[in-house]
Design a protein around this ligand. Sequence first.
Ligand SMILES: [Zn+2]
Length: 467
Amino acid sequence: MITDLDLLTIDYELIEKTDINTLLKYSLLPIKEYDIYILVASTLNNLEIESIENIFSKPIKSIQIEQKTFDFEILHSKSKYDLFIKAKKSLLNKEDIINNQSHISHFLETLFTIAISLNSSDIHIESLKNAIIFRLRIDGILVQFFRFDIELYPIASSSLKLFSKLDISQKRIPQNGRFSKFINEKDYDFRISILPTITGESIVIRILDNQKAFLGLQHIGFCKDVYDSIKKNINFSQGMILITGATGSGKTTTMYSILNELDKKKKKIITIEDPIEYNIDGVMQVPINEEIGLTYDLVLKNVLRQDPDVIMIGEIRDENALKIAIQASLTGHLVIATLHTNDAIKTINRLLDLGAKPYLIASVLRLIVSQKLIRVLCDECKEKVILDNLTTYKSVGCPKCNFSGFIGRTIITEHFEFDETISKMVNEKLDISDILSYANYKSINDNAYGKVLDGTTSLNEYNLYEI
Ligand SMILES: [Zn+2]
């Protein structure tokens, strides 16, 4: 039976103490030393128990783990050992707050450094019944990286609250904040959200990387059609551009990259965001704060009195916001907004559902871009699969890709540019399929399948993301 190593707290000192050749020879990870035995994990089901007992001079109990799990642990054993030692030190002298603060700070900074080096977008810190776990979101997928005794939780939580100037004593209501750290010669901003749960708290830290947010439109990975269409439409002085997609589809990066393309010197650009993720010089960014009544509607109405050229709306959420946004885009403003829909064409239906009149949609909309992110196969280890004369690639896993088989993600899109004929069709409430055949529409699925055929991604990944 294969055991899930994520459910065990590993003593990394024990791994560090054991000769690496022994570990590799037996595919062995010592997990924990008890009074009368040592618990070890191995990928082998016919482990040479006697030889291993000789090495440890103690009886062993063994569990079986997957090869990928073993490889991942060996690859990261140094970082995990580092975290382990710092976590242990944080638990010593709990009363000596000043000294302790420095230990836990070192622990957290090591964690941030590891998360950044592995290209994580978020760090999840969760208190379970008996353990604290640290998970990293890499290319959209959560991976547990470290697990420790639950005693570490209150210390880590307090320290993070101190970093972000939140109320340390408050454990019963959600808190949000942010903090900055200088890591690997670079400034990083971290946005933190703390949510009370039945077993303690769930903490999520979003890593904000300025360099990634301002990639520049040409580096996001748009195909030429979409790139050209965005470039063309952002130069108009009025109308509406919508970027749509699910949460985590990279809409924010696209929005910020569009803002960066605009001429900030000659144009007044105002954004309405909830929350503001990155500061951009030369752009007036307004944060929403519903708690004090600073709602989208209120801000939007007042933004119009500011003589803006371009208004960027974080997300159109309701009828009223849409009404004001349409009004703005009819009266000499370019409105760029995001909407939570799965594909470009459904966006028109969503706008109709939100009460927009077809003739208004037809007259203001210039472009809808719908986007998703799909994982890119690791070049080092991907394997060719030929089935029915069709050549595709599948993921395997190697040290370069953290044994996930993938490195990074690429954008897949569908876009829908409005011309006179399409506007007329929308206005006359023609069937969507007529519009699609007129526009020679290539769907997001077609584009994703193209990425399977050219070996960028796997068929499994495609099936996972199919709408
Ligand atoms: Zn690989």
